[in-house]
Design a protein around this ligand. Structure first.
Ligand SMILES: [Fe+2]
Ligand SMILES: [Fe+2]
Length: 171
């Protein structure tokens, strides 16, 4: 095995967190659908897909490094929100928590002089900057628009997704 048992167990835990994020975003997406906000629903569906891809990236790393994959049980996501702001605030808090988890994984890799894992985790370190900053921007927009102005956020997202901007192509 190319990586330590300790690393494998910490990575398995992170697989659980990423799948947990994916399920949380599915729950938030369905909340927005119920609220008649299809673009926000679609946005969170895409986030859910991304989180699943993160989990699978870690799964592949564990398998490639000949570690044993043990996906932990995943807590039910929260369902039912008071407002769009509450749902997106929860998402931002989640992203900040994941950033801390990735930092902790990196600390562990550094402590163990495990360069392979450090190199693998670099991608996640960079990814979290984008995840946190885009969620933070969405929260600011929702606050500015207010519950009655959410259609403004909807049309912004529609332009971003269907307008074929470079930003969309990159994300
Ligand atoms: Fe993630
Ligand atoms: Fe994320």
């Amino acid at each position: 095995m190319m990586i330590s048992k300790e690393t494998v167990s910490a990575l398995n835990a992170q697989v659980g967190h990423e799948f947990g994020a994916s399920m949380q975003y599915v729950a938030i997406s369905s909340y927005f659908s119920q609220e008649g906000l299809p673009e926000l629903a679609h946005h969170f569906q895409l986030q859910a897909d991304e989180e699943r891809a993160h989990a699978m990236k870690i799964v592949q790393y564990i398998v490639d490094a000949d570690g044993s994959l043990q996906i932990p049980s995943i807590p039910s996501p929260r369902a039912g929100f008071k407002s769009a702001e509450e749902a997106v605030q929860l998402s931002l808090d989640w992203e900040l928590k994941v950033t801390q988890q990735i930092n902790d994984l990196m600390d562990l890799a550094i402590k163990q002089n495990e360069h392979l894992t450090r190199n693998f985790l670099e991608w996640f370190v960079t990814e979290q900057l984008e995840e946190v900053s885009s969620m933070d921007m969405l929260l600011r927009m929702i606050r500015r628009a207010g519950e009655s102005g959410l259609m403004f956020v909807e049309s912004h997202l529609a332009r971003k997704i269907h307008g074929g901007t470079a930003e969309t192509a990159a994300s």
